[in-house]
Design a protein around this ligand. Structure first.
Ligand SMILES: Nc1nc2c(c(=O)[nH]1)N[C@H]1C(S)=C(S)[C@@H](COP(=O)(O)O)O[C@H]1N2
Ligand SMILES: [Mo]
Length: 318
């Protein structure tokens, strides 16, 4: 079953045609294998049909050259438990044991418990979500995630009316995550949070894969959050605990530098970081002469999410 939604980013911004083709073959192969129970939704398939099939060979629209490749997304990561640079987590994270994996869901819920990840996933429909991803450091990419709706998971455990926020916690494993042995830069384990209505928004997903494959360890395997209208640091990796809570969670970055990183962290070109502007971004994989992209309010998802913040001063609640 292929599930289609209309949350597509123009295919020209995703990646190169070779990957489109590869992607399409994967989808075909999955259909051929009769994979059931979970569907892969694809904008790629549509995109190829509607846009690329009739493009003459050899012609590549400009935007195509400046898009994100699988290779870049896997080799340019932020994973502070392992390293403070962008490249070393690719190798360092490989020691992380991710199978078996369980997730504790607790707090203000009808059905708290420790759930095996496989069981959680088997109850969900896997879909592909092609989202912009914008780091607070002003670089960006477009990632074809595979995952499922966070709201669908939360509904299964039935939040109580007292559940106002959702708190997420990363694995604590200082033996395998070397920087966790020291709290000088950040306090471990990494914690993030959303307001309950943000968590219930259909754009908020838990990802288990990308580019038609299981998530790489450096990208947060086996389970990470993806909230595309917020800065990347909200999208917490290697989640072991999801807690429904009454009060706003104190997230790792807000705690370490409250003036630099707010709880909301909505992408907003009008609200600069104290040390740099947020009104443009460097698109990963774009050529050296390609101009920076103008950053959009809510990372381009304003139509979907602006209503969540209609009565709020976004400069104050940054
Ligand atoms: N546990 C954990 N989650 C994390 C981080 C981290 O260091 N540890 N880095 C965050 C930041 S700053 C960003 S930009 C994204 C990066 O995701 P990527 O490395 O898959 O591109 O993950 C976020 N999630
Ligand atoms: Mo980030």
């Amino acid at each position: 079953m292929i599930i289609k939604t209309n949350k597509c980013i123009p295919s020209s911004e995703i990646t190169d045609p070779a990957i489109f083709k590869q992607r399409r073959q994967i989808i075909k192969a999955m259909l051929a294998m009769g994979i059931t129970g979970s569907g892969i939704y694809s904008c790629f398939a549509d995109a190829i049909e509607s846009k690329w099939q009739n493009v003459p060979k050899g012609y590549q629209p400009k935007t195509l050259l400046t898009a994100t490749s699988n290779d870049i997304v896997k080799n340019h990561t932020n994973y502070y438990e392992f390293t403070y640079n962008k490249t070393d987590a690719t190798s360092l994270a490989q020691v992380l044991p991710i199978d078996p994996w369980s997730v504790e869901i607790t707090g203000e819920v009808e059905k708290p418990g420790v759930y095996h990840l496989e069981d959680l996933i088997s109850q969900q429909t896997l879909q592909e979500y092609v989202y912009r991803f914008r780091c607070v450091e002003a670089w960006s990419m477009v990632v074809p995630w595979i995952g499922f709706s966070l709201a669908d998971l939360l509904k299964k455990v039935q939040p109580l009316s007292t559940a106002q926020f959702v708190q997420f916690t990363t694995l604590f494993d200082p033996k395998n995550m070397p920087n966790q042995a020291d709290n000088r830069l950040l306090e471990w384990p990494y914690v993030e949070g959303l307001r309950i209505d943000e968590a219930m928004h259909p754009l908020s997903i838990l990802a288990t894969g990308m580019y038609g494959e299981p998530l790489a360890k450096q990208n947060g395997a086996p389970l990470r959050l993806v909230v595309p209208w917020k800065y990347g640091f909200k999208s917490i990796k290697a989640i072991v605990k999801i807690e429904l809570v009454k009060r706003p969670p104190l997230s790792t970055w807000s705690k370490s530098a409250p003036n630099d990183y707010g709880f909301y962290a909505n992408v907003n070109p009008q609200v600069p970081h104290p040390r740099w502007s947020q009104n443009s971004e460097r698109v990963l994989g774009a050529g050296f002469f390609t101009p920076r992209r103008k950053t959009e309010l809510f990372n381009g998802y304003a139509d979907e999410v602006a209503a969540l913040y209609s009565n709020m001063d976004l400069r104050h609640f940054f």
